[in-house]
Design a protein around this ligand. Structure first.
Ligand SMILES: *Cc1c(COP(=O)(O)O)cnc(C)c1O
Length: 401
């Protein structure tokens, strides 16, 4: 380790612009910095119940039941699948990036048979194709539809209400599984209104915490499958979790520091108001996109309607290696950018703009991107992107309170 705060060895604040983990607000850090306690004390249920109640507000659900596991988003996938399905069950899934690929992989490793709709990386989920596939399944063999709300690998946000409409138009009873790991707590997400049965997230993105919690929310319709689901499970068994949670406890030792942090993070989000959280992310993202335009570069999302307000994937100019931009940004400018994953390696870099951020932090990151692009051999007119974003933020002020 170096004498400085970040692994880069450079002084000053580290500019964390990967799309998770995100910046942890000082308030949340202070809330986590306290001694351990007995998680079986008589005072503990008040904390558990308050977290589960307030999580419902983040998911926008009244009947859906949130569950908190010591895990990550990937553990959330597994928890959602094994508690509601049996090996051999058929699923329908859309693959449009690395996270949807991994979600499908998780289901396959649990013994499910997945019909995959492949689309271009950079495309959103195609509701029409989902509708057609479900219409063709007259025997209702398909037990679930798997989609990623915000494909973090490509910076693509899909239209989940349209997926629900497609399922209803087909009159199909399959459960709707939505990975909301990089959307819930940042983008508009409405579990009840959109008819989502299993919503999945993790702690280190919109919830502004360290990694370590896998959080899922389960509709009543999905809860009804838990008893009969045939998958083996122990750690992720919702029957144990549900029983313990009713009393305000956990079936095993909870990640207590993270729960204290979650309490504070939920307070912050709810104090701001989820609608304001959503508009804040949109505004920050618009500034980033205006910079990308000014650089003359393209984003990976193939239509503007799919542009993500939590992460922008920037296609690098011809002859420049995206991985080099990222490495130089880190080593020279103390700026962490997201890499291009698997088939996108080297072709793009990602700017995460979710969680605890403001205009000036984003402008600093954009200045770092300009320098790192130049470091890596790209032609850059300094200030072009930063100037465009500055103008956008100045001309579209955030609502003050
Ligand atoms: C980060 C992420 C995941 C994986 O979460 P982990 O916490 O790393 O297990 C899954 N899906 C999406 C869309 C993500 O952005």
């Amino acid at each position: 380790m170096s004498q400085h705060d970040s692994l880069s060895g450079l002084p000053g604040r580290h500019f964390l612009f990967v799309p998770g983990p995100t910046n942890i607000p000082e308030r949340v850090m202070r809330a986590m910095d306290r001694p351990m306690e007995d998680h079986r004390s008589s005072a503990f249920p008040a904390l558990t119940h308050s977290l589960l109640e307030d999580l419902q507000k983040i998911f926008h659900t009244v009947d859906g039941r949130p569950f908190i596991f010591p895990a990550t988003g990937s553990g959330g996938w597994e928890a959602a699948l094994v508690n509601t399905l049996s090996p051999g069950d058929r699923l329908l899934a859309v693959r449009n990036g690395q996270f949807s690929t991994l979600f499908i992989n998780c289901a396959e490793r649990q013994g499910m048979v997945v019909d995959v709709i492949d689309v271009e990386w950079g495309d959103g989920v195609p509701p029409k194709q989902i509708e057609q596939a479900l219409m063709a399944d007259t025997a209702h063999e398909i037990k679930g539809v798997l989609v990623v709300h915000n494909e973090t690998a490509t910076g693509v946000t899909s239209d989940i209400p349209a997926v629900r409409q497609a399922m209803d138009a087909a009159g199909h009873p399959a459960l709707l599984y939505v990975d909301g790991v990089s959307s819930i707590g940042s983008l508009d997400f409405r579990m009840d209104a959109w008819g989502v049965d299993l919503a999945i997230t993790g702690s280190q993105k919109g919830l502004m915490l360290p990694a370590g919690l896998g959080i899922i929310c389960v509709s009543q319709k999905a809860m009804a499958k838990v008893e009969t689901a045939g998958c083996n499970r122990c750690f992720f068994d919702l029957r144990d979790m549900s029983k313990a949670n009713m009393g305000g406890y956990f079936p095993y030792t909870p990640a207590l520091s993270l729960l204290f942090g979650l309490r504070e993070a939920l307070d912050m989000l709810l104090e701001e108001g989820m609608e304001h959280v959503v508009t804040r992310h949109h505004r920050l993202a618009e500034g980033v996109r205006s910079a990308v335009d000014a650089w003359g570069l393209k984003v990976c999302a193939r239509k503007p309607k799919w542009n993500s307000d939590t992460v922008t994937a920037v296609m690098v100019p011809e002859g420049v290696n995206g991985a080099e931009i990222i490495d130089l940004a880190f080593r020279r400018h103390n700026l962490a950018l997201g890499a291009g994953l698997t088939r996108m390696a080297g072709k793009l870099f990602r700017i995460g703009h979710l969680g605890d951020l403001n205009d000036l932090m984003v402008l600093g990151a954009l200045a770092g991107v300009e320098m790192a692009m130049a470091d890596a051999g790209a032609k850059v007119e300094f200030g072009k992107g930063v100037g465009a974003a500055t103008a956008y933020y100045q001309q579209n002020p955030a609502a003050t309170r």
